[in-house]
Design a protein around this ligand. Structure first.
Ligand code: EPU
Length: 431
């Protein structure tokens, strides 16, 4: 885990960002695609894979289990003829998404042994839905010290009807993957509908899986034999969270900013809110243009309330960048984080920067804008709040130092280089 920092000289209200910024492949789409490997009988090839820390951690975890992975220039090839069933403790603890791999390993090998996964400190993040669903598919679970040991009877999972009490992205993905090799038809009800789930289903279907309904709350998977990858490398969809973050940045500090390599249809709610707030956005097929006012002239944005929600509602992963935006809108706004209970702590740092934000309870804050932000020393608490700090520091007056850049690197590929190209004054220092 490196200890790099970002130093940012803020624009102090000036609208100076211009040119083009390209969006990378989505972290939360790439990780489940990688995790699908145990279901394949041959080599898998992916492209537009982001070179980010979480992809590196997933590679390490999979290599420790026996996978052969090479990665260069966004292209990844993965191969695994046989897999171990015991997860490396340290690697699993570093990333919540390690849990996705439990489904394919259990399904392909009949057993899996893993510790409670780690990840960002944004809430409790239980795994009850995963464990209960494995049991429904005929598995038995024991706890062995810090590990869960899950075993399928007769080494093969069987199909089941699974109702998720809560819509969960990774539980939907994990069980969809597990069901691909299970005997019979599995139905997932109250499934999550995020674009990353559709992308995973498309990939599996293209390789021979029988899946219906991905992108709706009911997904049916009919188990068959191992999958077969063919054709050109499968493309990871653009990161909608990175796209949305750049949109907020462009709205606040853009003179004339074009966001390329993105999928605007994945961001309807964000585009709608920003437009209603007074931000001019031009939508292309795979690009978005945000227009700012003339240099030096600040525009007044209308505030809007946010309640984070499962897709297609307002993404919790964009809650922090949206809050930074709302500190600059003229009036009062409320942000209600409905998915996670620990995802608003970062506002304390925005307050230290000069934002007027009142914490109402662990799920809600009230913001009064516009407030002048001043540069500060900041420590990124998680991936998404980390990038929100970068946005806040870019629009603030004076200098900011953001430590804990490792967290930002977990989700965004060399973001400082891309931001520098559009006019942000940001450098990385390596300790
Ligand atoms: N939940 C349970 N039991 C479970 C699983 C989840 O109660 O067994 C609850 C959670 O506590 C939460 C809700 O279900 O209240 C929804 O969480 P979900 O399971 O959907 O979150 P996740 O799958 O762990 C993914 C993303 C997150 C993103 C959330 C919500 C990946 C790898 N991670 O997490 O992304 O915030 O969905 O959209 O896809 C990030 O990228 O920074 C990140 C945190």
């Amino acid at each position: 885990m490196h200890k790099d920092s970002f130093f940012i000289r803020g624009l102090g209200g000036e609208r100076a960002l211009h040119g083009e910024i390209a969006v990378g492949g989505a972290k939360n789409a790439a990780l489940p695609l990688m995790a699908a490997l145990p279901l394949f009988e041959n080599q898998v090839a992916l492209q537009n894979v982001p070179a980010i820390e979480d992809v590196a951690r997933m590679s390490e975890l999979m290599k420790a289990l026996g996978a052969d992975i090479s990665f260069e220039g966004g292209r990844m090839t993965l191969r695994g003829d046989s897999f171990g069933t015991q997860f490396d403790r340290t690697l699993s603890k570093r990333m919540r998404a390690s849990i996705i791999l439990t489904g394919p390993i259990l399904s392909a090998s009949g057993a899996v042994r893993f510790p409670h996964p780690g990840g960002c400190v944004i809430g409790k993040r239980p795994i009850d839905l995963f464990l209960e669903s494995f049991v429904k598919m005929g598995a038995e679970i024991f706890e062995d010290g810090e590990y869960y040991v899950v075993k399928a009877r007769n080494k093969r999972l069987c199909a089941a009807e699974i109702f998720f009490r809560v819509q969960s992205v990774t539980a939907t993905e994990t069980l969809m993957l597990a069901a691909v090799l299970a005997e019979g038809k599995t139905t997932l009800k109250n499934a999550a509908m995020e674009p990353e789930i559709i992308s995973l289903a498309d990939f599996l279907i293209a390789s021979g899986a029988k899946i219906k309904g991905a992108g709706t709350p009911v997904i049916e998977i009919t188990g068959a034999g191992k999958l077969n990858f063919s054709g050109s490398p499968w493309s990871v969809i653009p990161d909608r969270i990175e796209t949305g973050s750049f949109l907020f940045l462009g709205a606040l500090a853009g003179k004339d900013l074009k966001i390329t390599n993105c999928n605007p249809t994945h961001l309807e709610i964000v585009i709608d809110e920003l437009r209603r707030s007074g931000v001019a956005i031009e939508i292309g097929e795979s690009s978005l243009k945000v227009f700012g006012a003339e240099k030096g002239v600040s525009r007044s944005f209308k505030p809007f309330d946010i309640k984070t929600h499962e897709y297609p509602g307002f993404p919790t992963d964009l809650q922090a960048p949206a809050t930074v935006f709302l500190t600059q809108a003229a009036g009062e706004a409320q942000v209600f984080e409905s998915i996670f209970e620990g995802r608003l702590h970062y506002v304390e740092d925005l307050v230290r920067m000069g934002a007027e934000i009142e914490m109402m309870d662990t799920h809600r804050v009230r913001i009064k804008g516009p407030a002048k932000l001043r540069g500060r020393e900041l420590e990124g608490p998680d991936i998404r709040a980390g990038l929100a700090y970068v946005i806040a520091a870019i629009i603030a007056e004076g200098e900011s130092a953001i430590s804990n850049v490792y967290f930002i690197d977990r989700g965004y590929e060399r973001v400082e280089e891309r931001l520098r190209k559009i006019g942000a004054d940001i450098i990385r220092t390596t300790n």
